[in-house]
Design a protein around this ligand. Sequence first.
Ligand code: S3P
Length: 430
Amino acid sequence: MGSNPTFPKVTFERGPLRGDVRVAGDKSISHRALIVAAAARGTSRISALNRGADVLATLAAVGALGASVDDRGDAVLVSGGTLHDPRETIDARNSGTTTRLLLGLCAGHGLNARFDGDASLRRRPMERVARPLRELGAEIETTDGRLPATVRGIVAPAGGTYALEIASAQVKSAILLANLDARGTVRVTGDRFSRDHTERMLRRFGRTIRFDGTTVEMEPGRLAAQDVRVPGDLSGAAFFLAGAAMTPGSDIVVREVGVNGTRTGFVDALRAMGADVEMGGERDLDGEPVADVRARYRPLHGTTLDGELVVRSIDEITLLACVAAHATGTTFIRDAADLRGKESDRLATIAETLRACGVAVEERPDGLDVTGGGARAPERTLATHDDHRIAMAIAALAAPVGPHRIDDEACIAVSFPDFVPLWHAAQRSD
Ligand code: S3P
């Protein structure tokens, strides 16, 4: 794929990042807004929705499952509460969140559906979500643990306690969504740090959900339609903040970004590396904390990223490996084996990327050792492996020492369709 001349290519140049930006809406929150609105009676109005291909896959899927969807451009109106079996296979495209959350929704709403996706999604593990949904009583068939998968759902599950095998917001969310019509209290244990956007979205739609630091507890109840404005995506802002933190002359502010503590591991990690990152104007936006986040250049040093910090920055670990490449000393990344099951094997793909840029990297089963100081522009086009976050991490990697050319710009549209023009504008502004 990397050498296919028909893929659109882009070159990321060297240069500081400056100015004020607004990034795409939060992808995780956008999926949840659509799905919870589809389950709720009445019409919800969702604004600042992420318009990437993953969220559009969820938008199409909730329509296929019986929600009525009216896209007004500045907002999407979703009328829900009367779900039915889809007529055709649900195509989740590249989106793990679409697949896993909707498998959950179907499993507890008596829905029968078949799910499939692109080549990357077909490689990703689905048993992690199938197992707890079978516990609930649904029949789930996977293809050797992967897609295509079918679900035969049940109605009004009993409730009860579910112990998660891994810290995964997608699995936790699938269980909660499967139990929206449960007759009794539902408890989910075994995951203390993964993102809690589903819990917050359900609360906004009127459900009683508690979290005492170890157990999520959801009471039976109804959902009532709501208006939701989606915060900017910290995972999209992260490329601008990281690029600025490591490139002399940079000073950038990203406006109205989600700063939910289950997502800010990236900011904590940057600060642990000595970065100058400030949050201002913290406020609530429809149940999620947001702020304006500013990053300026300062020399950085290596650190250790492991445990809870990795869970709270799971989608930014590859980017942090790029920051480590421009810091002094060695950064040790551990407890990150789950990255091997993302859109690409992200430990392997970012190690390959960094090595092509002259960086010393040791790959471990659950992490990387990245020694900074040697990063330079690569001699060849870099492969994105069809992974949007690898493509955008390369933009940040290039800011201090580019140019870096990537083999495929198109994959960026999975989460952040306007990324390239916004990036180029931030490198031009004074
Ligand atoms: C997501 C959860 C994370 C993350 C993914 C989005 C979500 O996956 O990597 O990009 O929206 O719930 P896991 O829950 O599998 O760790």
